[in-house]
Each structure stands twice: as structure tokens, then as C-alpha cells.
Design a protein around this ligand. Structure first.
Ligand SMILES: [Zn+2]
Length: 383
């Protein structure tokens, strides 16, 4: 998930928001100011409705952040790095650097999110209770807090539905994993229920669209998102199982050709490209040190007129942004880091820091296809 606005760090983890969150911020603030709050308190001014609505929406997003921070803190406690937390159209995402090593850790990381939402519901509920008893309050303010208690309760409950990628799907996965000892089968089962739930939401959304109106479309989109996320979780689980025990050196393209950072795109196209069948170009400075990686798709975006004057380094992703692996590292670990890299490729360096290979998505796809064909060949009876 791309972070368009960095907000800072919570518990050492970079937090930020994606632009898509503004859509949902506006929708929730509007629903509160135009429908929910006037329903509770019919005689306030528009300014009060909107001020309270925006205030409650901000607290709602803070609640979403705290839900994610709970996941992230428990992940860190269980030895798993957290790259960042991002809020976007469908809520929060904590990007973990690796998978949980045990079913217990998987369970704890998943369940703490809904527990945080329930705790927040309890805190907002207690505030409502205390303020209502004291009698000294703005009633609309208490109603907004009551809405926050209710929405956090719903959020916690919704996330406990046992359908991946929801937290409940992860809880379900950890339970199956503990029961049958097979992480991949457990992940595939949780992804199946996730797909089923996605279909249910899409159908309910369509019915709601015809019965109530536009709000139904929201459930259609959410269902569609869950469906596709569950599908990709399933294929990731299958891929991980065919890649377990495989190392980076088994998959990488060895001894890649490097290119001078100062070379222009025109020079590359005229003189060099026929030497190279690949779409990735590692760049080296005149003193020989590796500076970054550019790709066919990056240079394709430069207009033809600018190609004679644009140096390759100007189009490149700097080395700090490229995932780097070691030849003897398990490939699933490197793939995890490649997921969030802009070009989806990794450079492989030996212990002395020399470039010894490149891993691209096509290297991985080729390997997975070959290993699947090999396992099919093994199942064919031979005379
Ligand atoms: Zn969660």
C-alpha cells in the first residue's frame, strides 16, 4: 500500500495515509453530520453538526490506527519487523516483514487487533456513561462518543469473521495450523472462506443497492476487494509451499551484465541492448560501485526526444530502494521484501558486496512452473 502522506512514527513504526482515505473520511463525516447526528439531536445548527461530525471522524481514524498499532506491536514482540502502517480506502494495513513462525504468534498478532477495537469501544462507552451521569455536557458530543463506541464494537466484530484477509481469517488459520501442523493448508482454507465471504458481500451489496441505494455499492467494492485479496493469499500460500527449501541462488539469473550509470538511454538502445536479453539494468559508477537499478519499463517512459540526453542513473531506483538478497538466503524471505519494491526485482550480492545475480518475477514464475511440472511428472506411473 503506497503511503502518500507520512504522519510520523508510532512505537517506532512509520505511519501514513493513502489518498484514497480522503474519500471515506468525507463519506463518514457527511453521514454523521447529515444523517446520524441530526437523528439524535434535531435542533442544532449545521456548523455544530459538521464540527462534531469531523471531530468524531478524526477519532474514528485514530481508532483504526490504534487497531493497526496493536497488530504491529505484538508482531514486533514476536520477532517480526513491521515496515509501516497505512490507512486507505478499506481501513488499515500493517505491512509485516515476514510471516509468524508459530501458530501461537500468528494467533496473537491477529487477535489483538479486534481486542484493541473492543477496548476502544469500552473506553468510549465508559466516557458516554460518565458524561451522561455528570449532566454537564453537550448532548451532541455524547452522541458522537456513543457512535464511536458502537462503530468500534462493529469493527472488532466484523474483523473476527473467519475469512482471510480479515483478522478472524488469520485466527482461523492459526487454529487450523496448530491442529494439523500444516501452515500452507491452513492458509489455503482460510483463503477459501475469505473468497466465499467476498462473494456473499458482493451479492448483499447488489441487493442493498437496489433496495436502499448507493451505499450498497460500498459493500460490492469491499466484497470484491476481500475476494481478490483472499485469492492472492491462496496463490501466495501455494507458491510458498513450492518454494520452501529453495535458496536465492537456485532461482536467480547469475552474473548479470552491468551498465555505466552515465550512459544515456540512446547509447543503451543503439549499442548495448542487443547484448542483453533482460529487462533489468544494474548501474555502476565509474569507480565500479553499484549505484542502482533501472528497467525497460522505466526507460520506456522517457520521451524519444529526451533519450539522447537522459543518463540511465536519472531513471534508476537508487540502491537504497532496491531489495537486496544473499545467494544462500531462503527465497521466500527475499520474495517478501520484493513485494513492496517499486520494480518487483531484487539484486543478489555476495558477502563482499559484489553483484552476483538478479531475481525477477519471471525467474520466480519459471521456477514455480518447472517444479509443478516436475511434481506432475512424478505422479505419472512409469513402466
Ligand atoms: Zn486487524
Amino acid at each position: 500500500m503506497e503511503q502518500n502522506i507520512r504522519l510520523g512514527r508510532i512505537a517506532g513504526i512509520p505511519v501514513g495515509i493513502n489518498w484514497s482515505i480522503l474519500v471515506i473520511f468525507w463519506l463518514i463525516a457527511w453521514e454523521l453530520a447529515d444523517l446520524v447526528l441530526p437523528g439524535y439531536n434535531p435542533h442544532e445548527s449545521i456548523t455544530i453538526y459538521w464540527a462534531t461530525g469531523i471531530f468524531a471522524t478524526v477519532l474514528f481514524f485514530a481508532s483504526l490506527f490504534l487497531h493497526e498499532v496493536a497488530h504491529a506491536v505484538v508482531a514486533k514482540r514476536n520477532g517480526i519487523g513491521v515496515r509501516r502502517i497505512t490507512l486507505w480506502l478499506f481501513g488499515g494495513v500493517s505491512e509485516l516483514e515476514s510471516e509468524a513462525l508459530t501458530p501461537g504468534a500468528d494467533f496473537r498478532i491477529a487477535v489483538v487487533g479486534p481486542l484493541a477495537s473492543f477496548a476502544l469501544a469500552g473506553i468510549f462507552g465508559a466516557l458516554v456513561f460518565v458524561l451522561a451521569k455528570s449532566g454537564r455536557h453537550q448532548e451532541i458530543f455524547v452522541n458522537a462518543l456513543g457512535w464511536l463506541a458502537w462503530i468500534n464494537l462493529l469493527l472488532g466484530a466484523f474483523n473476527l469473521i473467519p475469512a482471510a484477509p480479515l483478522d478472524g481469517g488469520r485466527v482461523f488459520r492459526s487454529a487450523l495450523w496448530k491442529h494439523n501442523g500444516d501452515r500452507v493448508r491452513a492458509a489455503a482454507a482460510a483463503a477459501h472462506t475469505g473468497q466465499a465471504f467476498g462473494y456473499v458481500l458482493v451479492v448483499l451489496g447488489i441487493l442493498e443497492f437496489f433496495a436502499v441505494g448507493l451505499i450498497g455499492l460500498w459493500y460490492v467494492f469491499l466484497g470484491w476487494f476481500l475476494l481478490s485479496a483472499a485469492r492472492s493469499e491462496e496463490s501466495a500460500a501455494v507458491m510458498r509451499s513450492s518454494l520452501s527449501g529453495v535458496h536465492v541462488r537456485d532461482i536467480m539469473t547469475s552474473d548479470p551484465i552491468t551498465f555505466a550509470s552515465e550512459m544515456t538511454i540512446a547509447e543503451l538502445l543503439d549499442n548495448q541492448l542487443h547484448h542483453c536479453r533482460f529487462g533489468s539494468y544494474p548501474l555502476v559508477a565509474p569507480d565500479g560501485h553499484l549505484e542502482g537499478l533501472t528497467t525497460m519499463s522505466r526507460i520506456r517512459h522517457i520521451p524519444a526526444l529526451r533519450r539522447p540526453t537522459t543518463r540511465l542513473i536519472e531513471t534508476a531506483c537508487p540502491l537504497s530502494g532496491v531489495p537486496v538478497g544473499k545467494p544462500d538466503e531462503p527465497i521466500p524471505d527475499l520474495l517478501q521484501r520484493m513485494q513492496t519494491s517499486p520494480d518487483g526485482r531484487a539484486l543478489v550480492l555476495d558477502n563482499a558486496g559484489h553483484l552476483v545475480g538478479i531475481v525477477s518475477p519471471s525467474d520466480v514464475a519459471r521456477f514455480v512452473q518447472l517444479s509443478m511440472m516436475r511434481s506432475q511428472a512424478r505422479t505419472i506411473p512409469r513402466n
